[in-house]
Design a protein around this ligand. Structure first.
Ligand code: URA
Length: 216
């Protein structure tokens, strides 16, 4: 029987990423990405947003339910918390570029109302989406990347990344041919889920202060 399912090793966005494109052209091309199966269930591709001249790029995991509906990254509860924390440490959220390691919402339907429940992307799906992140980095050329959680860390720094080991420190790494400075921290969703939400928020603020200090 014929099948259209690509072998998992073949997952990659690379053939969909146009060369020498500006951000608008990248965003348009990303809307048609079929580089892994996540496009099948998601409503749309959620590409990065913000200023191409931004000094700071924030990289999250993947769009959530609200982002999938609205087509913009970090517009839901995690994004609101992130914006508040950025403003508190003196980074204007309006002057950042915000994106995700994975550009489609991955979820399972659960419960009586069949709500869409977030599922973490696999490493293979994360790596498959890497060419979009590489293209965004090439265009934005940020001075600093704020890495929000484990998926973003693995996408940028490799599968051995552990957020607990390096959060709140300034790292330097060669990423897609460019020397990058990065400050990892936890994902803002983990603050919303924490039993000690105040403590988790203070931890996020303390990491973001390190990021703010590297920019002055
Ligand atoms: N979580 C993410 O990692 N990214 C979003 O855009 C929203 C929630």
């Amino acid at each position: 029987m014929a099948t259209t399912k690509a072998p998992e090793d073949a997952y990659t966005a690379a053939p969909f990423v146009p060369e020498h494109a500006d951000l608008a052209a990248l965003r348009e091309a990303a809307a048609g990405c079929r580089g892994c199966p996540l496009h099948r269930d998601a409503t749309r591709t959620v590409f990065g947003a913000g200023d191409t001249g931004a000094r700071v790029m924030l990289v999250g995991e993947q769009p959530g339910d609200q982002e999938d509906r609205q087509g913009r990254p970090f517009v839901g509860p995690a994004g609101k918390l992130l914006d508040r924390a950025l403003a508190e440490v003196g980074i204007d959220p309006g002057e950042t570029y915000v994106t995700n390691a994975v550009k489609h919402f991955k979820f399972a339907r659960s419960g009586p109302g069949k709500r869409r429940i977030h599922k973490a992307p696999s490493l293979r799906e994360t790596v498959a989406c890497g060419p979009w992140l590489a293209a965004e980095l090439r265009l934005v050329e940020p001075e600093l990347i704020v890495v929000l959680g484990a998926t973003a860390g693995k996408a940028l720094l490799g599968s051995s990344f552990r957020v607990t080991e390096v959060r709140g420190t300034v790292l330097e790494a060669e990423i897609h041919g460019r020397r990058e400075r990065l400050v990892p921290t936890v994902h803002p969703s983990s603050v919303l889920r924490a039993d000690d939400r105040e403590g988790a928020y203070r931890g996020l603020l303390s990491d973001l202060k390190v990021a703010a200090r590297t920019l002055v």
